[in-house]
Design a protein around this ligand. Structure first.
Ligand code: IP8
Length: 351
């Protein structure tokens, strides 16, 4: 962003502020606001949105301008700035389609096309910005497990394993995109291995500018668990769950819905034992007791199954974003959750 753009914006903001402040105050506040917003814009720091109101409150007290007036001007500046700030204020809904819902984990490369198409139609119920993330199921996990990608780079054979796992994920992603397009959703693939910087299995940063633009345009970004280059381990697996949490925090998601093939989190795997109880709510403080009793996933899962999923979501709960695991294998459950119904499965929330 150029200096002349910044100067013009300060001039405009000063004009907006003179209606509610003296000229001298308007000039100072305009400069402070424009610079703060532009630093956020240039650095791609969406965390700005988390601190925005606190900052505005401070300015409001210091320069004797009401918070409401200041907020209106800040919003105008943001609108002028760049599309991704607007997109971020939209607070997208993030939906994960679990690998076990869209693939048959007992086979290899076995996509459940009719479920996938039904889910795509259910996703159409979203009436705002939407990001879709999907898991690996019988596409990503068996090959990643065979080549032990999650352990990091150990031998040359893993290079082909890395390449094959990615290709498998791309194939599954193509099915997902196709199903969404059939349902009338303009979906586009976002390849995590090409835009994420990962170290020790965790995302350090991700290039989100294209994603913001997609959301602003009304295009649905679809990303997925993937093999990724890892700064410390050489290579690792980035799970769809970790992506969901990272994106939800960075985009300031309105809500996260995880579509699984069970009703939520149970005291043991309901596919193995039938009389286990559904846990309705998990909080950071109840988690320690819950984790001892919950079940493990059936089939190879290189990213840790249900326990790992909940642990990722607990991180999110701490930032105030609620998540719910629902049974997307049951017709219309995902749709009802998207339309705002709560309590259909297991909610993960701050205590
Ligand atoms: O199924 C794992 O993603 P997840 C992706 O969301 C691969 O854990 C490549 C196994």
């Amino acid at each position: 962003m150029t200096l002349s753009f910044q100067k013009k914006l300060i001039k405009k903001a000063t004009k907006w502020l003179t209606a509610v402040a003296t000229l001298a105050t308007a000039q100072i506040v305009a400069e402070l606001l424009v610079k703060a917003i532009m630093v956020a814009v240039q650095g791609g720091h969406l965390s700005y949105l988390r601190y925005r109101n606190e900052y505005l409150k401070r300015l409001s007290a210091e320069y004797d301008i009401t918070f409401e007036n200041l907020e209106k001007v800040a919003a105008k500046i943001e609108d002028e700035c760049v599309p991704w700030v607007k997109a971020a204020r939209m607070r997208p809904l993030i939906v994960k389609l679990g690998g076990s819902v869209i693939t048959d984990k007992r086979g290899r490369f076995s996509v459940k096309l009719s479920s996938l198409r039904r889910l795509a139609r259910e996703l159409k119920a979203a009436d705002g910005p939407l990001v879709v993330v999907h898991g690996g199921g019988s596409y990503g996990h068996p090959i990643a497990s065979k080549f032990e990608i999650a352990r990091g780079f150990k031998n040359e054979e893993q290079l082909m394993g890395f390449s094959l796992t990615h290709r498998a994920m791309e194939e599954l992603n193509t099915h997902v995109i196709e199903a969404l397009q059939r349902a009338g959703l303009p979906a586009i693939a976002i390849q995590p291995s090409a835009c994420s910087v990962v170290s020790d299995g965790r995302i350090v940063r991700m290039e989100l500018a294209p994603l913001h633009k997609f959301l602003e345009l009304g295009i649905v970004p679809v990303t997925y668990g993937d093999v990724v280059p890892d700064l410390s381990r050489g290579m690792s697996i980035l799970s769809g769950d970790q992506l969901v949490v990272y994106l939800a925090r960075e985009l300031g998601a309105s809500r996260v819905i995880l579509g699984a093939d069970v009703d939520g989190v149970f005291t043991a795997d309901p596919k193995l034992r039938s009389r286990e109880k559904l846990i309705r709510v998990i909080t950071p403080s109840s988690w320690r007791d819950v984790v001892k009793s919950i079940g493990v996933a059936s089939g190879p899962d290189v990213t840790g199954g249900m326990a790992k999923k909940v642990e990722e979501l607990l991180i999110l709960a701490e930032s105030g974003i609620e998540a719910e695991i629902v049974n997307a294998a049951k017709a219309d459950t995902l749709k009802r959750a998207i339309l705002g119904e709560r309590g259909l499965g297991t909610k993960i929330m701050a205590g």
